[in-house]
Ligand binder design. Sequence first.
Ligand code: HEC
Length: 240
Amino acid sequence: MKKSIITYIITLCTITGILTSCDDGRIYEEVVQVEREGGSVRLTGTLSGNNHWASGYSIVLAGFADDSEYAKTAKGITTNSNGSVDMTLTGIPSEVNTIEICAINRLRKRIATFYTYEYTEEADTIRIETGEIDASMYHAIQTNVFDRSCTSCHGGSTSAAAGLYLTADRSYNALVNVVADKSEDSLMFVNPCKSEESFLHLVLNTDITANWSMNHIDMVTSHDLLQLIDDWIDNGANIN
Ligand code: HEC
């Protein structure tokens, strides 16, 4: 008898508990917030060169907040046999303000960006269609090093210092497997798989240019970019 009264009281408490919590709007709101946490983007496009990166790098769809070069969120991009991409990145934190197709290193630090989308969180999934993107190591070096720091003298205007053209249409053929005029040891500018025996490496990392008419030692100061060039050479110096 005593036992069934206790059971009755427990049952009553449970039912009351359920009823009151169902009535309690606050709990319902909390559940909704959890479901909607973070924004999402759906990416479609075509990528090339992304599968030939040296180890230690990943080609990702990533979100960055403007105070940091480290990805807040990132997801590896996989392409199908014809290079097309169709993927969704979800749970994007609200402080993210650019979504990028980029190369990151093991620390999730941005090394090179291939595509940028100015991002503000929306309730619906945002669609991004990129068209064709060259996401190769060589293209990353062209845009982040040669275009920014070299072409002003090496071919961007009418002439090229030392006859060396580092513009996008000519840099590969000017550098890879080509003997450098100014190398006393007849090194090639880029000797595939041998960065330390490549004249380009020596020009950017040592003081061999100290008594040239133009000292090159501080032209590229980013350790990440110098490393990228060496890794590209040691990985075979592919064009794509
Ligand atoms: C402000 C102009 C200027 C900029 C910018 C510049 N260079 Fe040069 N570069 C020169 C000049 C001038 C020479 C020839 C120096 C000499 O003969 O004494 C030269 C020579 C070279 C050579 C040797 C060419 C040969 O035939 O052996 C290489 C390699 C080179 N530069 C690479 C670069 C790279 C890579 C960059 C960008 C990171 C760069 N340069 C940026 C002016 C520049």
